[in-house]
Design a protein around this ligand. Structure first.
Ligand code: NIG
Ligand code: FE
Length: 442
């Protein structure tokens, strides 16, 4: 089933979905099994973020895509497992590490074309907002998307999905927001649904009609908000195309008042919020997110004591996106202060053509260590269980626990767990396993 020349192809992935591929997988000789979890915790906050469960010299057994057991090699009863499961595949990890797949709770991976011309403008000194004001940025991607057919959009996006699967991502949230009119938003959301149906990674869809005000509504933004509330949200909900709703609540985009109205409209249709907040300014976005019980508030470069106070005791997962802060040269969010205050932190890639053209979660781990001064254990919790929590998936993803989806990767030989974020440019992923099936073996 695997392709000869290193990578898998889409036909293989389709086969997986359509035939279900029930069966068993036994991984023997795991040097260290990372992020083991016997308590089924749903997130980790504050000091807990530096705790990681590990098990040396271990095995793991998955059945029908679900983790059925793991333990020390000396307790492995291979005969009983083989008797239980007639089509058991056995692999040897050769003493390497096994991690739960990365969870990437914030991406814009469905987009058309790319924006490297703006990259030049950025290098020459234009800011993200200046580029946006000149019709670049999100509006530029909206134009490209409008001129791209649904099939072609799927083809381009599928390539990126294959890329992130190879990079160890096993669950991803994908936003619309480059449509900015009803038809094109639906086009994006249908492509997301197709990804959900055709790939073995877990997908959550977020409706982000309020990503930017399109050109034709520049002088009547109120009318665009009306279209979002009265036209887009009802049809997105009727077609069951989204799990969540998002608003880019920031200086130059949508105000807290506008965000509240859009979030309330989404809630009426059962769409919980995930908010782009406080990237460019102390915008009030965090407070709005908390007020409406948002699942997450994302970016958060402009976070002070008031924002931390609002997040404490809330149900909203603070989500940092160090790839976009790095790419745009933004100030860093106060991750250390947030953890000291007792908050949880999730990390995500923000994979998008304008502010983070990368979905590499291993690089996100490194950036969080280097730029945000988060410890390797904190970062691992942030890219697994907390990021799963930020997309409502922590009961099934984000740790190695019996009963959870068997989304894992086996590393190449590495000396220690912290080698992963330390070796920031190296590809350390050897074998990807999604729903208990081996997807890629290098
Ligand atoms: O998360 N901040 C808003 N949206 C994206 C950028 C989208 C774009 O520039 O295309 C982000 O960074
Ligand atoms: Fe984003």
């Amino acid at each position: 089933m695997k392709t000869e020349n290193s990578f898998f192809d889409i036909c293989y992935l389709r086969t997986l979905i359509f035939h279900g591929m029930a069966g068993g997988l036994l991984i023997r000789n795991i040097g260290t099994l990372v992020q083991t979890d016997s308590e089924h915790f749903l997130s980790r906050r504050g000091e807990e973020m530096s705790e990681i469960g590990t098990l040396d010299d271990a095995y793991l057994y998955a059945r029908d895509g679900i983790i059925s057991g793991f333990g020390p090699m000396r307790d492995l009863d291979e005969r009983t497992i083989s008797a239980e499961c007639s089509d058991l595949e056995v692999i040897d990890a050769g003493g390497s590490f096994v991690f739960p797949s990365f969870c990437d709770s914030h991406t814009h991976i469905v987009y058309a074309g790319s924006r490297e011309k703006e990259f030049r403008d950025k290098i020459r000194g234009l800011s993200y907002e200046e580029i946006a004001r000149r019709g670049g940025g999100i509006l530029n991607s909206a134009k490209l998307l409008h001129d791209t057919s649904e099939d072609e959009l799927f083809r381009q996006s599928a390539e990126r999905i294959r890329e992130i699967i190879g990079l160890g991502t096993g669950a991803v949230e994908i936003k619309s927001g480059y449509g900015l009119n009803t038809d094109d938003e639906l086009k994006m959301l249908r492509v997301i649904r197709r990804i959900k149906n055709e790939f073995p990674l877990e997908v959550k869809a977020t409706f982000l009609g309020a990503h930017a005000v399109p050109e034709e509504f520049r002088n009547d933004r109120e009318q665009y908000i009306d279209v979002i509330i009265n036209e887009m949200i009802p049809v997105v909900a009727a077609e069951d195309l989204a799990d969540y709703i998002d608003v880019f609540c920031d200086r130059g985009f949508f105000t807290p008042g506008e965000t509240e109205r859009i979030v309330m409209a989404g809630l009426k249709y059962g769409l919980r919020a995930k908010i782009h907040a406080n990237e460019l300014d102390y915008s009030g976005g965090i407070q709005v997110a908390v007020k409406y019980g948002a699942l997450s508030a994302d970016h958060l470069e402009c976070t002070g004591e008031d924002e931390i106070k609002a997040l404490l005791g809330s149900e909203t997962m603070p989500t940092l996106l160090p790839g976009s802060a790095f790419f745009l040269g933004l100030r860093e969010p106060p991750a250390r202060r947030m953890i000291e205050a007792g908050l949880p932190i999730a990390l995500a890639s923000d994979y998008n053509p304008g502010s983070s053209p990368s979905g590499n979660m291993k690089l996100v781990m490194s950036l969080a260590c280097i730029k945000l001064r988060m410890l390797p254990e904190e970062v691992l919790n942030a890219v697994t269980i907390n990021s799963a929590c930020a997309m409502g998936l922590s009961e099934t993803h984000g740790s190695v626990a019996v009963g959870k989806t068997a989304n894992l990767f086996i590393t190449k030989a590495m000396p220690s767990f912290e080698f992963m974020p330390y070796a920031f440019g190296s590809d350390l992923i050897d074998t990807v396993i999604l729903r208990g099936n081996i997807i890629k073996t290098v």
